[in-house]
Design a protein around this ligand. Structure first.
Ligand code: NAD
Ligand code: USQ
Length: 408
């Protein structure tokens, strides 16, 4: 164990909101291993959505109680759990904060799938109500508690939009020059104008305004991590025991693109590319997600700082290049289908990520070994795959016919 090395050897109390999810679970284990006292707060809505969609993680995730018992056996450490809906149970959440007095709160607890958020008006309203209320309740409770708690939020690269005219996307703030009434030219920095591509991404854009306001008005110390698409499954901690395994979404709503490609190749399904595959996106491996959160926790903003924004990504890739890479490695065919989403067919993407690099992140980049490791996991659990869940059926516009094959 590396107990006690973080934050100059101090053990901290950390709430992990959404700690049963794909990013939250490995983060909780990692922070517990570092010697921190972790409390997971989750309403298990992601598991309920699996039931709604009749889809399941490819990997066999255990009930949270078993996960926590197994972690205790391996590490000797307790992780506490409170089942609580952050969007609905404000008072209970406030009481927990007052009772436990956490040093930091990491907020993963939102509905995070863009296709799920676009399925129907019910899904749009659920995503907006859940995400905005959860975020606002967290901010409001920290302010009401009067405690000095560092809030870290998992945001998304998608708030920037993907048409950047060739410029490098800065870390949250854009330098601009305005002309005053007197004709003087003045430099300013503004929050990068958002251009979300789904209802889900729109909630993340709105979250930014809530952070800006509570930072300005109540002096809350906030770090917003604009994360790219996460790939991979396991981290050092989730690999210790099969019962600690992380979730692996592959269905058309929750499966993210690179994990879907690796899974599709592993089970003998063609690799499904939306449109021409000219979309360029930012990526990060799950092990780096966990490491970045540790680094952001260890470098909190000080009083008076504005909201600190990090771009939490390590590389950018074009979707059709990823498909070609996975196809070369595995021999899988590529199927180009009409794009169910409303998004630019081709875009360039250049992103600054100096803040994490300056804090010592050594990024894991896409390499054959890692890709094969994920394919091995996918092959190992291929018998659990339900092919009928692979196609993306959620569409951005009403009369779109998804999944129609087009010529490459
Ligand atoms: P996930 O759906 O696997 O996990 C989210 C967790 O939050 C789930 O366990 C869910 O039950 C819980 N939750 C949701 N609403 C809640 C509520 N109202 N009260 C209590 N708990 C609630 O998602 P993930 O992939 O782990 O993503 C976590 C965060 O990271 C999200 O905010 C997402 O926007 C962001 N993110 C994810 C990715 C990615 O590729 N997975 C990329 C960029 C950013
Ligand atoms: N795509 C395919 N084939 C597929 C699935 C997706 O070509 O089988 C394409 C999509 O059309 C899109 C791109 O791949 O152009 C990325 O799709 P995705 O589902 O992997 O990612 P996205 O919807 O953007 O959402 C994911 C997470 C979300 C997070 C976001 C980070 O679900 O929580 O915020 O990645 S980012 O994209 O940087 O905004």
């Amino acid at each position: 164990t590396t107990s006690g090395q973080a934050w100059n050897g101090q053990e901290k109390k950390i709430f992990v909101l959404g700690g049963d999810g794909f990013c939250g679970w490995p983060t909780s284990l990692h922070l517990s291993r570092l010697g921190h006292q972790v409390t997971i707060i989750d309403n298990l809505s992601r598991r309920t959505i699996d039931i709604e969609l009749e889809a399941d993680s490819l990997t066999p995730i255990q009930p949270l109680g078993i996960r926590l018992d197994v972690w205790k056996q391996w590490s000797g450490r307790n992780i506490n759990f409170e089942r609580l809906d952050l969007a609905l149970e404000y008072e209970r959440f406030l009481q927990l904060i007052l009772q436990e007095k956490p040093d930091a709160i990491i907020h993963f607890a939102e509905q995070r799938s863009a296709p799920y958020s676009m399925k129907s008006s019910r899904h749009k309203r659920y995503t907006v109500n859940n995400n905005l209320n959860a975020t606002h309740h967290v901010l409001c409770a920290i302010a009401e508690s009067g405690l000095d708690i560092h809030l870290l939020h998992l945001g998304t690269m998608g708030v920037y939009g993907y048409g950047t005219s060739g410029m490098k996307i800065p870390e949250g703030y854009l330098d601009i020059e305005v002309q005053t009434e007197q004709g003087e030219r003045v430099q300013q920095q503004i929050l990068y104008p958002t251009n979300p591509g789904s209802i889900y991404h729109m909630t993340k854009s709105q979250d930014q305004l809530l952070f800006h306001y509570y930072n300005k008005n109540d002096g809350l110390r906030i770090t917003d991590l604009h994360q790219g698409i996460v790939w991979g499954t396991n981290t050092h901690e989730t690999m210790l025991d099969e019962r600690l395994i992380n979730r692996f979404d592959y269905d058309g709503d929750y499966g993210t693109v690179l994990n879907r490609f690796l899974m599709q190749a592993a089970v003998g399904h063609p690799i499904v590319v939306h449109g021409t595959g000219g979309q360029t996106r930012a990526f990060i491996h799950i092990q780096d997600t966990v490491r970045c959160i540790q680094l952001a926790l260890e470098h909190p903003p000080v009083h008076g700082d504005r909201v600190m924004i990090f771009n939490q990504m390590t590389e950018t890739h074009r979707i059709r290049d990823l498909a070609a890479l996975v196809s070369q490695l595995t021999g899988a065919e590529i199927a180009y289908v009409s794009n169910p989403r409303k998004e630019a067919a081709e875009n360039d993407l250049h992103v600054r990520n100096e803040l994490f690099l300056s804090h010592g992140l050594q990024p894991i980049t896409l390499n054959e070994g890692l890709l094969q490791e994920v394919t091995r996991i996918a092959k190992g659990y291929a018998h659990r795959a339900d092919w009928s869940k692979i196609p993306a059926r959620s569409t951005w516009t009403r009369n779109h016919q998804p999944g129609i094959p087009i010529l490459p």
